[in-house]
Design a protein. Structure first.
Length: 167
């Protein structure tokens, strides 16, 4: 996260919290068409934000950003929900979603793989443990990873929804 996105999150988090939401991720993209500031939010209850939630939050966030003038020049503001494949970004996200199906990608190959699918067994301050959907080439069905090894992680939304339907 850049210093600018950290400042944006620091400034907006309390305001978004008052509206009943939490900031999941803040990203700033520099595209040919110009800058885009993207905020991903979810309800404070942990539920995914609806389109109406994003619209309501957008109005307040837009006004606040104009007042504090953190981003120079023109930019587009995008407010989105976490969607079905919610990203896991902080150790607290991993702890919260223990027991759920996830997809984890690593910076470097581990046992000949860089992508792992399975159940998030546990999370600590240092890393996670997965029970894998398929055995690794060496026959292992479990994987321990430190947070530093993880390049991206998200809830496997399709499996998550399928499981919830049968519970």
């Amino acid at each position: 996260m850049s210093k600018l996105t950290e400042r944006v999150e620091e400034k907006l988090s309390p305001i978004i919290k008052e509206l009943g939401y939490e900031v999941v991720r803040v990203m700033l993209f520099n595209l040919k068409e110009g800058k885009t500031l993207q905020l991903m939010i979810e309800k404070s209850s942990g539920e995914s934000a609806t389109i109406n939630d994003c619209e309501s939050a957008s109005r307040v966030i837009s006004t606040t950003l104009e007042e504090v003038n953190l981003i120079s020049g023109k930019y587009n503001l995008e407010i989105s929900s976490t969607g079905i494949n919610r990203p896991l970004l902080k150790p607290s996200d991993f702890s919260r979603f223990c027991g759920n199906p996830v997809v984890i990608k690593t910076h470097t190959s581990k046992n000949g793989c860089k992508k792992f699918e399975g159940n998030l067994e546990s999370a600590s301050k240092d890393g996670i443990s997965l029970i894998l959907d398929a055995s690794l080439p060496d026959g292992k069905t479990c994987m321990d990873l430190s947070y530093e090894e993880i390049s991206s992680a998200y809830i496997d939304g399709f499996k998550f929804c399928k499981l919830r339907r049968f519970l």
